[in-house]
Write a protein that binds this ligand. Structure first.
Ligand code: ZN
Length: 694
């Protein structure tokens, strides 16, 4: 199934403002996993009452995810399923989309195996021969992980999914615990060798040569599953530095995405307007393909929503770092999925009413109206605090929904997310990606994330930015070259493009020294360093084309990744790394130069914690969203210059804000090819509506 099929099948309601409430733990799980309240049964029934449905409606909730199957055993949970089904009917009557939670990747061993003893020997096995647990972190010794190499598990999940659709009235399936952890069962050993045999046949001399080039020998049948030691797990590594490791991660990602795809296809065939979502625990800062076997790009082919459970609530930290979900939301746009996140108050306490406003409006802008998990549904039964800003903010977003939902970004820059670099050289590529995203955002650049598979058509962008995208396959390199030949500019950072898809260097050995640390002092502004010549050589450019290459040797930053082998936990490059590089000013000048100094949105002061986002609404209106992440500091004056693309002429500017009830007109000054205006007293959010004529 291609992404275009997915667009066709994508239900319309996902393009509207979505306010979701969750309640996905059945009573048995609450009792077994956590200390529950004493009157839990009474309360549980109340959560499935007409009163609950009314509270949801009153809170403007238009979608829920409710418990359906947690992994205790399908028969065992049948009463809970009935309860959910009845509650689903109440939701349908009120126009609330009814979603159901289905656990895709863990079973409660104390009850599940009694129902399904045949699965006892089909769980994932760790290198010591013990079953893999659901979560090391939560010490869940009573929950085990299935091995996705076993179709029996997927088939059971599909059976439950079909029941949820046909009997349960489900309109949205949420698959949780989607993972293929490292598994050393006999089936994985067998299937991994078959995977290698299929991918690397040795029938002809040419094929043999390829296998020799890849592995150094032809003995694929002697290859073992990669593992660490009892002291240091294989999943603590920060890169995939050798071929078998790379293939093994690819193998596990494929097992998982094939399983999800099978469930997705059968669900969509049964009910074409079903929404299918998964929780692949991504963008938290872990090396997820290695740790969990999750490749979001492959999973997104079989998903409409991908849950992100990180803790990057938008804010500016005490040490002046910008945190937020905007980068994950931009990835969601590239993947053509909506990203549900936990909003403040849903699972974690709220910091302040302003932080909650910021978080909801951030999702409205960058997640195109999909606000995610706004309420833990049972909380609504107790009533919300009078200072809770969720109801008023949701009301505001709904009032101006046409400026948030189903919008298109207007961007000048494409930022490449290189799958190969983020696996072969995970820590180096990820840190540079984070620093580059921070620079682009805080200097007001309008950028989209693009994937390796989307390099065919970059015609809407002036500049392609490569954030230490070290491993680029030959085919993608040719596409980048093509973009440059057609007049596109490339900002290449650090070691971008210097390796092929296997992570093997393209630089001739006698010139490798140029990439060493000895010449880091090469000036940025002049951009005349010899390493730029190497980049041009790799791309095979002529002398005119080389002028379209803007090279940055190094992003300097304060937090160094330290791969400490005393740490037995997997490394995390999460939001503690969110910061501007110390040479961000130089870098922004170079990026601006690549745009011929015609940046679409220029903001003074710069850099700024006010992040501008230019979008086009479905009806063709241009909106400039201005979001102040530093909610504790109102911005007294902000100077803005706008270069509107396609020589549009601006007729009027008007503005709407969280604290106003109405739209007001703004004055502006015209300059050749641009306009300038001022914003005063910006608290959390201000939207600018730009009316234009061609
Ligand atoms: Zn296995």
């Amino acid at each position: 199934m291609s992404t275009s099929d997915k667009t066709r099948l994508k239900p319309q309601w996902l393009n509207e403002i979505v306010v979701m409430a969750g309640n996905w733990e059945p009573l048995e799980h609450r009792r077994r996993a956590i200390a529950n309240c004493i009157d839990d049964e009474k309360r549980y029934l109340r959560e499935h009452s007409e009163e609950m449905a009314e509270k949801l409606t009153k809170a403007s909730v238009n979608a829920v995810i409710w418990h359906y199957y947690k992994g205790h055993g399908p028969k065992r949970e049948s009463n809970d399923m009935k309860l959910s089904t009845e509650f689903g009917k109440l939701c349908h009557a009120k126009g609330i989309k009814f979603g159901t939670y289905i656990n895709f990747g863990s079973v409660h061993i104390e009850t599940f195996f009694e129902e399904h003893p045949e699965f006892k020997n089909l769980v994932a096995i760790d290198p010591t021969g013990q079953p893999q647990l659901y979560s090391e972190y939560f010490r869940c010794y009573y929950r085990q992980r299935p091995c996705m190499s076993r179709p029996e598990f997927t088939d059971l999940i599909i059976k439950i999914t079909l029941k949820a659709i046909k009997e349960g009235g489900s309109e949205w399936i949420h698959f949780d615990n989607v993972a293929q952890v490292p598994c050393y069962c006999d089936n994985c050993k067998k299937l991994f060798r078959e995977f290698l045999d299929k991918k690397y046949p040795t029938g002809t001399d040419a094929e043999k040569q390829k296998v020799m080039a890849r592995f150094g020998h032809l003995n694929l049948n002697n290859i073992e599953l990669p593992r660490g030691s009892a002291r240091l797990g294989v999943d603590t590594m920060p890169s995939l530095h050798e071929p078998v490791l790379q293939e093994w991660v690819d193998f596990r990602c494929k097992l998982l995405s094939d399983a999800v795809q099978k469930a997705y296809q059968i669900a969509k065939e049964t009910k074409p307007d079903m929404v299918i979502g998964a929780n692949p625990s991504f963008d938290f800062g872990e090396f997820t393909p290695l740790v969990w076997g999750t490749d979001v790009e492959r999973l997104a082919i079989s998903a409409d929503t991908l849950f992100n459970e990180d803790v990057s609530f938008p804010r500016v930290t005490d040490d002046s770092r910008l945190i937020g979900h905007l980068f994950t939301f931009k990835l969601g746009r590239a993947l053509n999925v909506s990203i549900p996140v936990h909003q403040p108050g849903a699972t974690q306490p709220q910091t302040s009413p302003e932080h909650t406003m910021l978080s909801l409006v951030e999702a409205a802008i960058f997640n195109r109206g999909f606000l995610g998990h706004v309420y833990h549904a049972p909380d609504l039964l107790d009533g919300l605090d009078v200072n809770d800003s969720r109801p008023t903010t949701v009301k505001f977003i709904k009032k101006y929904s046409q400026f948030f939902a189903d919008t298109q970004s207007i961007s000048e820059i494409a930022l490449l997310r290189s799958h190969h670099s983020l696996t072969n050289q995970w820590n180096r590529a990820l840190i540079c990606k984070i620093l580059t995203e921070q620079t682009l955002a805080q200097y007001g650049f309008q950028f989209d994330v693009v994937l390796e598979s989307q390099l065919d058509d970059l015609s809407k962008y002036k500049t392609l930015v490569l954030p230490n995208t070290i491993s680029i396959p030959d085919a993608q390199l040719a596409k980048i070259r093509n973009f440059i030949r057609k007049g596109g500019n490339v900002v290449a950072i650090e070691e971008s493009m210097t390796c092929n898809e296997w992570g093997r260097t393209r630089i001739p050995a006698d010139r490798a020294r140029l990439f060493g640390d000895s010449d880091l002092a090469v000036g940025l502004n002049g951009n005349h360093c010899t390493r730029k010549d190497l980049v041009c050589e790799i791309l095979g450019l002529n002398s005119i084309e080389t002028e379209r290459i803007f090279y940055i040797p190094k992003l300097f930053h304060k937090i160094t990744f330290n791969n400490n082998f005393a740490n037995t936990w997997v490394p995390i490059i999460g939001n503690s790394y969110f910061q501007l590089p110390t040479n961000a000013n130089d870098i922004s000048h170079l990026i601006k130069a690549s745009l011929k100094d015609r940046q679409m949105v220029e903001i003074k002061p710069s850099p700024s914690f006010v992040i501008p986002q230019l979008v086009m609404s479905k009806s063709g209106q241009i909106i400039l969203h201005l979001l102040n992440y530093d909610v504790n500091k109102s911005v007294s004056t902000l100077e803005i210059r706008l270069h509107i693309p396609n020589s549009r002429k601006i007729k009027t500017l008007s503005s709407f804000r969280l604290e106003d009830q109405r739209i007001t007109e703004l004055n502006f000054t015209e300059e050749p090819n641009k306009i300038s205006f001022e914003i005063n007293n910006l608290n959390v959010y201000q939207g600018i509506i730009i009316d234009t004529t061609k």
